[in-house]
Write a new protein. Structure first.
Length: 334
């Protein structure tokens, strides 16, 4: 590993953790890169803006002898996003880079782009995520192990933006399996965009409701139930709404038994893409930590969905998900 430049990180600065795989690209850096110092508490500069990462460091990253995370100053976030977009496009085509490094890069960028949307749901940010999702879909179709690698990197602490990424990846995995053999009859790019944007309407729900640790009051639930309509409205206002995205955003909380919202649709009245999103959404809600509950194990979550929530789901979609989980988890969903 190259020696540290020795300069300490600026005090009182916010830093963004980034997978070190971002350093695999053969291009000059657009920002300073920091790593944890030996004391484990402070950050030191490893590379300066404009530097190239050496071949030795890239080989160290590939062999996993390098720290898994590095850090970029928060005021360089936009430069980081632009840099990562270029890196992902480059690395996904590089056959010398292992699939797990590619998945790490993709997951990191997807999460940052999702966070950008929830902080500022304007057209440019939404389109940026949609372009990226197209790359994710193409990557998943081209690399059979990609979705397994991506879903293995899901976050288990709940934030609205990480939940959207988790659900997007789970739902895309279900769709690829469920529609196998007839993918060409579905616009998977638009479907996937809908999965990743399904909760965008929560931007217009009061943060106190989104982050509340206790049970919501009926008045608060009334506002929460508006987020599908809010999402549809945001995407229409920003001219980013297709048919596939609209049905997913509007119907992902509808239930097969007719007890969902906002319209109380039942069974076949719910669009097939929304039924896929519903299963992914419920699974992620059960397997992530919330302020008011600990995450369930994957096995317990599937048991809960099978025995306590089965009337909510399309049985064929749920069956696809269970079989997919068993196959990818080596015959067990535990």
């Amino acid at each position: 590993m190259e020696s540290l430049a020795g300069r300490r990180a600026p005090k009182k600065k916010q830093f963004i953790p980034v997978a070190s795989d971002v350093l695999l690209a053969e291009r000059p850096l657009d920002f300073d890169v920091y790593v944890l110092a030996r004391d484990g508490r402070t950050l030191e500069v490893l590379f300066h803006e404009g530097e190239h990462v050496s071949d030795a460091v890239r080989e160290s990253i590939k062999s996993e002898a390098f720290p898994r995370h590095c850090y970029v100053c928060g005021d360089k976030k936009d430069a980081l996003l632009q840099y990562q977009e270029g890196v992902v496009s480059e690395i996904l085509e590089d056959e010398s880079v292992a699939i797990d490094h590619k998945c790490s890069l993709v997951r990191d960028l997807t999460t940052l782009l999702s966070q950008e949307i929830f902080e500022d749901p304007r057209r440019d940010n939404i389109l940026r995520q949609q372009r990226h999702v197209r790359r994710v879909v193409d990557f998943a179709i081209r690399e059979p192990l990609a979705l397994r690698g991506l879903t293995a990197l899901t976050h288990h602490d709940y934030y609205t933006y990480t939940h959207s990424v988790n659900v997007g990846l789970y739902a895309l995995s279900i769709a690829v399996v469920h529609y196998k053999g007839r993918l060409e009859s579905h616009d998977l790019h638009e479907i996937a965009a809908g999965f990743f944007l399904h909760d965008v309407g929560k931007c217009r729900v009061r943060p106190g409701i989104i982050n509340k640790a206790d049970s919501l009051t009926e008045e608060e639930w009334e506002e929460m139930r508006k987020h599908p309509s809010f999402g549809n409205q945001i995407l229409r206002e920003e001219d980013c709404l297709s048919h596939e995205i609209s049905v997913i955003v509007m119907q992902h909380h509808e239930r097969a038994d007719g007890r969902g919202y906002p319209r109380g649709l039942r069974g076949d009245d719910i669009h097939p893409y929304a039924r896929v999103c519903k299963v992914a959404d419920a699974y992620d809600a059960l397997t992530t930590n919330r302020a008011y509950k600990r995450a369930s194990t994957p096995f317990r979550a599937l048991q809960t969905m099978r025995h306590d929530m089965h009337t909510q789901f399309d049985p064929e979609v749920f069956k696809t998900f269970v079989l997919m989980k068993k196959k990818r988890d080596g015959g067990s969903s535990s």
